[in-house]
Write a protein that binds this ligand. Structure first.
Ligand code: BTN
Length: 268
């Protein structure tokens, strides 16, 4: 990564969580998979894997995360939180809040969060988060939180087959330093992780909802075999999506893909 000085990043983060140790790689299959390997071998909370390029970058639901060299940020944080496994989806939402704050620093109010793991700019995806967890018995052994941010991709570089995408460069009209984005992201992540551990999910949930572009709007939640339509009412206290469905039932949804469905005739 030409504009990426991993030693400087370690020095600036001075043993913080995350950032106490930066594993920088020119090429890796997936920073998440590499981080899982490190964690299994005993890596500590706060160690970070960053790569210039991923050959098998992973997205949610088995999708590919396009990861060319020299353009974007692919970064995974290893955590060992003392939380119940059922709470791990909240870690993804917390990471989304941290990433949205960083992107807002470049693009202001055009940044929004889309449940469960996307950060959008002008409604186009600029960042995705993939959290993976390993248990030891009934306890969380570790969680790896991978964040991919499109930084210097051009619009023509995107294959929009999973929906419209964008990058910081496209949005601000100039190249953006990946080093600066990584530093801001790790600092913001650390701030929100401490809030989450000390105060629980409630402040994260509040901040997440304040940055959601979809509150009160008509959406569809698509999963493998079903499509549920309704009004997006935000997150419940566990992080599940709250949908007021067509039968006026309030549903708590824990997985699926959300799309705006403004063409749907709503009588709720
Ligand atoms: C998604 O939106 O589907 C999640 C995308 C997550 C991509 C990041 S890039 C760094 C980390 N390593 C991976 O293989 N995936 C995540």
């Amino acid at each position: 990564m030409t504009d990426f000085d991993a030693d400087k990043l370690s020095r600036l983060l001075l043993g913080e969580v995350p950032g106490k140790r930066i594993h920088y790689l020119e090429e890796v299959d997936s920073t998440n998979d590499y981080a899982v390997g490190l964690a299994v071998a005993g890596a500590e909370e706060g160690e970070v894997v960053v790569a210039d390029r991923q050959t098998r970058g992973k997205g949610r639901l088995g999708r590919v995360w396009v990861s060319p060299p020299g353009k974007n940020l692919y970064l995974t944080v290893i955590l060992r939180p003392r939380i119940s496994p059922s709470v791990s989806p909240q870690v993804t939402l917390m990471a989304g809040v941290a990433a949205a704050e960083v992107l807002s620093g470049y693009c202001g109010d055009s940044v929004s969060l889309k449940w469960p793991n996307d950060v959008l700019i002008r409604g186009r995806k600029a960042c995705g988060i993939l959290t993976e967890m390993r248990l030891s018995g009934a306890e969380v052994d570790f969680v790896v939180v991978g964040t991919g941010i499109n930084i210097n991709m051009d619009q023509a570089d995107f294959d929009d087959s999973f929906g419209p995408a964008t990058s910081l460069k496209v949005e601000v009209g100039r190249e953006v330093s990946r080093f600066d984005v990584a530093l801001k992201l790790l600092r913001g992540f650390g701030k929100w992780y401490r809030i989450f551990l000390e105060e629980g999910f409630s402040p994260v949930r509040e901040r997440w909802m304040a940055s959601s572009g979809m509150l009160g709007r008509r959406i569809e939640v698509r999963s493998k075999d079903t499509v549920k339509k309704g009004i997006f009412e935000g997150l419940d206290e566990k992080g599940a999506l709250l949908l007021l469905d067509e039968e006026k039932e309030r549903r708590h949804i824990i997985s699926g893909d959300v799309v705006l469905a403004e063409d749907w005739e709503c009588c709720l």
